[in-house]
Design a binder for this molecule. Sequence first.
Ligand code: FES
Length: 149
Amino acid sequence: MIPWSAGTVSERPEAIDEHVSLVPIGIAGRPFGCPGTGRVMTFTRVCGIDDVGPLGKNSFYLMDVGIEVLILRDRQGVMRAFEGVCPHEDYPLVEGHFDGSTITCAAHGWIIDGITGKGVSPASCRIAAYPLKVEGGDIFVDFDNQLEN
Ligand code: FES
């Protein structure tokens, strides 16, 4: 492969496809592209993994993004991030019960799937689910994108 260096366009090797977009590698707190979608993902540190115990939940209000985020850790230790307030009357979901798969709101008992964020009872409700990654003992969440649910 011929190394490409700065120069005129005519000096570039022909092997470079003009239509290939180069996607920078993601670094915590910095944007990186999502291949195939073109979306930019920006991860924000929310907390340390020790802030969410086994089969646990915790929520944090992030001033910068104006979002209360609920972090759940299921029985297998998988962490997930959701919007932290109930879709019924905005009660904080961290006050509810999490059994490892569903969240039951403490206010009036609405039940939400803690894996997907979809409503169980009623089925018509949902909470936003965000991409989450664990890196170096910290939890990072991308609030600019939501997972499909
Ligand atoms: S506020 Fe959650 S069920 Fe009513």
